[in-house]
Design a protein around this ligand. Sequence first.
Ligand SMILES: [Zn+2]
Length: 329
Amino acid sequence: MSSEKVYEIAILGRAVWQLHSLNNEGTVGNVTEPRNVRIVDPNTKKAVTTDGVSGEMLKHIHTEIMWTLAEKKNLCDACKILNPEKFNFVIKKKKIKVNDVESALQEALKLCDICDVHGFLIEKPTVSRKSTVEFGWALGIPEVYRDIHTHARHAPGEKGKTKSENQKDGDEEDKGGVSTQMVYHRPTRSGVYAVISVFQPWRIGLNEARPDKYTYDVGDEIRKRRYELALKTYQLMFTRPEGAMTTTRLPHVEDFSGVIVYSTKPLPVPVISPLKDGYISDIKEITNNMCNDTDGKCLKIIEFSNIVEFVSSINNLIGSEPYKMELGE
Ligand SMILES: [Zn+2]
């Protein structure tokens, strides 16, 4: 397996998270609303409202863990401190001068593990580097249990005075009185979530801005390092998801089961939603019927029945190499 070249990887699975609040709609007054999404339940074909954790949130979790694992000398000045502007910030601050789109992309790819893997936008010159890591919404497989909990926070203030009275006084500071209570409502959810993600190792370090060729701006060693880093990050994000409200609603991570599909030749991997019962057998059928070359199969699967097997399955892939496709003179 160590000599295998990996073109694309899809991670399709069902994650069990209990009493979490990883993603919310926002707060109105003192009530925080959970994320609601409308979907068609593939098993009953009925429209249902369920719980979701957005792809943006999952990508954010992946970025933060990648930052934790990365050697900081391998990051640009923006990503060193998780500035969401990424390489755009470096250009804006004129820390690096670039003349055109090709060289802007080249500098970013050479300099930064996170910019390369997670993509970025630059305003001047206008450059869009598409992420090599993609996430769909994590969707609660109906039925997710949802609750709104009421909490009281003790805030310093004058005895008998409400918060609005304090505000009228133009003073929210401690007045040395007996503490007042502020009631607020926070949601939690427990359920099984369908997760889909695609990782494109073949694009690591690839400068797609050149009009006449596809070439890599970093060597094989750096491409391999970024490939390993992205995969190790996947291991951690399912063993330790960090999203919203983890200060008091750190998710009880229970399990993650599913399938990893990967291609060893240029072939987009199939993505079948784990919302659907029987998605694993669908994936198996598809891989059996596709890409049966004379020199073997180029679409492979690793099934994992729990979180421990998921981590070791990713370890198997870490031993492989990112696929390389150089075209043009
Ligand atoms: Zn960066």
